[in-house]
Design a protein around this ligand. Structure first.
Ligand code: APR
Ligand code: PHB
Length: 389
């Protein structure tokens, strides 16, 4: 088989890239290790930046999001019983869209299937060959048979545990990592959200987040120990702890109910450089990871896709390789800004085991400054709605 672009990974990065390329008449094949059902079973954040909204509209997959998504003009930040709002509209004129990542992925799958896009599920032994030449190819097994796809370019959209990053020789990459000393215990419940906007809560007992998927599906998180397991937490214990971490007036109005999903995610900041090696380009979690505090995971994957899609489009439409040659440099410039914001917001809102009394005073001082200073609020709003591509 031959195609123009082989895309390894059928998550949001790979699917968005494949659909955008399709719209421009550029052929791709997506290779996905799991089944479609497995990919769609993953529960992930659901706050979309303006840049991702634009890409979804350009890809022709924004219809359901615009019908069912919720535009949020601000977010709430609490510490103890204090709470204040960051007004995105006031500071940036922009909003964010609350729409589950699972729904984004579902919409992308539907669009690829409608266009008869080539997606191979349950592949194994994916191997990248000759990425440093102009005749790369990918081999894999599926259905017990060996396959080869010759291509012009390879997009490694295969997430943190994928094969693409590992294809770059270890002496050719630099990796930067910070592992956080806590996790997030998250639940989904078929209950109305406690507030119509998200609440990011700093409390003496640890961080909490009140989010949502729709008017009767809420998503809540509490900071937990890395040694915790979901089964250690009954629903009652979760609700009791959440109520102790958010302002009393919010706790009083919290509607609790049975969890329909409960999981714990570790937190990590990670970047690999460079994000390309010959004709192999890394996108999304294959190249970087952020703590979910700023909801930057999917949105930073989207900015990678923006740079790669436009570079490939420029190459195929004009023969000019400038866009693909500068992909890593452009993508990383924005990746590091997203890493900074996610690290900063995580440092501001969580309790760390080694924090001194002075450190805690610094957190309160920073929260008070953010609450009272217009420039600080504008900086937060600009990062949250999404820095320009
Ligand atoms: N071969 C084929 N597919 C693979 C391989 C492989 N060797 N390894 C991993 N995959 C698939 C995974 O099964 C997954 O479906 O690649 C896909 C990668 O998807 P994600 O991990 O969702 O990464 P990405 O598409 O970059 O999306 C980033 O998803 O994980 C969240 O928080 C993250 O919001 C961010 C977004
Ligand atoms: C979520 O709704 O799952 C969510 C929202 C915002 C975040 C993280 C997760 O920062």
């Amino acid at each position: 088989m031959k195609t123009q672009v082989v895309i390894i990974g059928g998550g949001p990065s790979g699917l968005l890239l494949s659909q955008l390329l399709h719209v421009r008449g550029i052929d791709s094949v997506v290779l996905e290790r799991k089944t479609k059902g497995y990919v769609l079973s993953r529960i992930r954040a659901g706050v979309l930046e303006r840049g991702l909204l634009g890409l979804m509209r350009e890809a022709g997959v924004a219809g359901r999001m615009e019908r069912e998504g919720f535009a949020h003009d601000g977010t709430l930040i609490s510490y103890g019983d204090e709470m204040f709002r960051i007004d995105f509209q006031e500071h940036t004129g922009e909003s964010v869209m609350v729409y589950g990542q699972t729904e984004v992925t579902r919409d992308l799958y539907e669009a690829r299937e409608t266009a008869n896009g080539k997606i191979v599920f349950e592949v194994d032994a994916v191997t990248i060959h000759y990425a440093k030449t102009d005749t790369p190819y990918v081999t894999y097994t599926a259905g017990g048979e060996d396959h080869r796809i010759d291509c012009d370019f390879i997009a490694g959209c295969d997430g943190f545990h994928g094969v693409s990053r590992q294809t770059i020789p270890v002496d050719q990459r630099r990796e930067y990592e910070k592992v956080y000393p806590f996790g997030w215990l998250g639940i989904l419940s078929e209950t109305p959200p406690v507030n119509h906007e998200l609440i990011y809560a700093n409390s003496p007992r640890g961080f909490a987040l009140c989010s949502m998927r729709n008017e009767n599906l809420s998503r809540y998180y509490i900071q937990c120990s890395l040694s915790d397991k979901p089964e250690d937490w009954s629903d009652a214990a979760f609700w009791q702890e959440l109520k102790r971490r958010i302002p009393a007036d919010q706790a009083d109005r919290l509607v609790t109910g049975p969890s329909i999903e409960k999981s714990i995610a570790p937190l990590r900041s990670f970047v690999t450089e460079p994000m390309q090696w010959g004709r192999l380009f890394l996108c999304g979690d294959a190249a970087h990871i952020v703590p979910p505090t700023g909801a930057k995971g999917l949105n930073t994957a989207a900015s990678d896709v923006h740079y790669l899609y436009n570079g490939l489009r420029q190459y195929y439409e004009t023969g000019d390789p400038a866009g693909i040659d500068s992909y890593s440099q452009k993508a990383l410039a924005r990746v590091w800004k997203a890493e900074r914001f996610s690290w900063w917001f995580s440092s501001l809102m969580h309790r760390y085991p080694d924090q001194s009394e002075f450190d805690l005073k610094m957190q309160v001082a920073e929260l008070e400054f953010l609450r009272s200073n217009e420039a600080a609020q504008k900086a937060m709003a600009e990062n949250y709605v999404g820095l320009p591509y």
